[in-house]
Design a protein around this ligand. Sequence first.
Ligand code: URA
Length: 230
Amino acid sequence: MRVDRFLSNLPRFNRKQVRLLLVERRITVDGQTVSDPHHPVSEFSRVLLDGEVLQAGKPARYFMLHKPQGCVSATADPQHPTVLDLLDEPDKHELHIAGRLDFNTTGLLLITNDGQWSRRLTQPQTKLPKVYYVETEQNIGPEYAATFAAGLYFAFEDLTTQPAELELLGPRTARLSIIEGRYHQVKRMFGHFNNKVTRLHRERMGPLELDSALAQGQYRALTDAEIQQV
Ligand code: URA
């Protein structure tokens, strides 16, 4: 939200007063004096007027989890354990998952309370690759790579998938890099060739790689450098 809208939404200022506060350089956002009415303010910003706190700013939180098989990428599930059950953190209801994984898929899961950050990671427009290690029931044919690179038509969503890169590792193992995360996307891509995915593991999302020190079910906070890379 723009800072002028943020201030006008507070009951104590009208729009004219807001303009004046900004011109008089009495507002700071995260320690920086702000006079531009377009300056962005989020729920994580600390906003002060003459040093008085108007908004304290929520701490932004970011975690990487090594998702095991047999748990659901959801915040609540009536039947199965969820990935949030693996986190020993307060206020878990504020957290969400940036790019879900299927029940039996393992690997990198990013969990945060920062919606803008997770959108940058998952939106196809930002073209950040999601990299998967894949094992299949049948041999992976030489024609797969070209088909994936050209894009596959998904009738349900009425769209053609963005170009994906396939690297063959063995007759039934591969590394696949996709830049969107459609529902069951990897399984459906191999399903096009009637080839069942028997193991799926996410290694990387954009610049963030699964920490090899994390065993399945373990997690850690992201470092500032990792957060900033997205
Ligand atoms: N594609 C799938 O089919 N499943 C996942 O869990 C992730 C990507």
